[in-house]
Design a protein around this ligand. Structure first.
Ligand code: NDP
Length: 289
């Protein structure tokens, strides 16, 4: 394998379709370097690459299942050997299973493993490769605003300036435990706790963004709510085309000041106060905003 340490490297997770695909497309047009389209399924990933090739764009491809430790580790070894470092990382991969508004334990755990815990594996294996000045975007959601949470104990902890990853993990574990032992309380969340699993995973992701920014001062990490996007996840709904929603992420990568750090950006590029717990930013299940 030839080593190319010179060029810049961008990596997008969950990029075979939807928003991730649109981000790769935008980066292929505007990023001065190599863009990795990654996906958990190689066939779907290569089909996506082919689609971009047909548009005259040339992303690179690598398999990456963010919920598999082995896959993240082997991707990190590949990047380390071939390129040495990463300049841009978009943590976009996620699931949302609509069938159960109040999911059982297995479904809730699946959501949290993919949408949140994967970020801890990525921190372990990919963050050591981030170059000084690198930019990381964590794709959150309206579900990831703190106003989705109503439980006072957890609100107090998650708002702490010295919040730790361990405390976030405890928050997630306590939610999962409540599902397992039947003590889940709808009133702990906005909107009668519908899809609380997704609110928990995205709140945890947003909180982690801030914790990571404090830990890794030489890079910029921000969370973003991309809007309600016309992708498979939105199941026929959505107001924004994926290419439009990708603009906010591309802005964070290519145009925003490197001093924009540890923030929560809304899809209209407005900074949102994540700590505004009484605000109306939370996700409303009925209107799917
Ligand atoms: P899609 O369902 O269209 O795409 C999700 C992508 O994530 C797919 O490529 C999927 O791969 C991939 N993925 C799922 N699990 C894994 C995994 N374990 N490893 C790697 N990739 C995985 O959804 P969107 O494009 O809409 O979602 C992109 C991001 O935007 C998500 O973080 C989502 O939460 C967020 N978002 C979306 C909103 C919307 O309205 N669409 C609203 C708010 C936030 P596969 O094809 O193999 O399933």
């Amino acid at each position: 394998m030839s080593v190319n340490m010179a060029g810049k490297i961008a990596v997008v997770t969950g990029a075979n379709k939807g928003l991730g695909f649109a981000v790769v497309k935008g980066l292929c047009k505007r990023f001065n370097g190599t863009v990795y389209l990654t996906s958990r399924d190689e066939t779907r990933g290569l089909q996506a690459v082919k689609k971009l090739n047909d548009l005259g764009l040339t992303p690179s491809f690598h398999q990456l299942d963010v919920s598999s430790r082995e896959s993240v580790k082997s991707f990190s070894e590949f990047i380390k050997t071939k390129h040495g470092a990463i300049d841009v990382l978009v943590n976009n991969a996620a699931i949302l299973e609509w069938e159960q508004v109040y999911p059982d334990y297995e479904a809730a755990k699946r959501n949290i493993d993919i949408n949140y815990r994967s970020l801890l594996t990525i921190e372990q294996f990919l963050f050591p490769l981030l170059r000084d000045g690198a930019r990381v975007v964590n794709v959150s959601s309206a579900c990831g605003h703190l106003s989705n949470l109503k439980n006072k104990k957890w609100l107090n902890i998650l708002q702490r300036q010295d919040l730790t990853t361990e405390q976030i993990n405890n928050f997630v574990d306590e939610y999962l435990e409540s599902i397992k032992n039947g003590t889940f309380n709808k009133d702990d969340f906005a909107d009668e706790g519908k899809h609380a699993e997704h609110r928990v995973s995205k709140i945890a992701l947003t909180a982690l963004t801030m914790v990571q920014q404090r830990k890794y001062k030489n890079i910029s990490i921000n969370a973003v709510h991309p809007g309600h996007v016309k992708t498979d996840m939105a199941q026929g709904g959505g107001e924004l085309e994926p290419d439009e929603a990708a603009e906010t992420i591309l802005y964070l990568i290519l145009d925003a000041s490197p001093n924009l750090k540890g923030s929560f950006l809304w899809y209209n590029k407005k900074l949102v106060d994540w700590f505004d717990i009484d605000s109306d930013y939370y996700y409303k299940h009925k209107c799917l905003v």
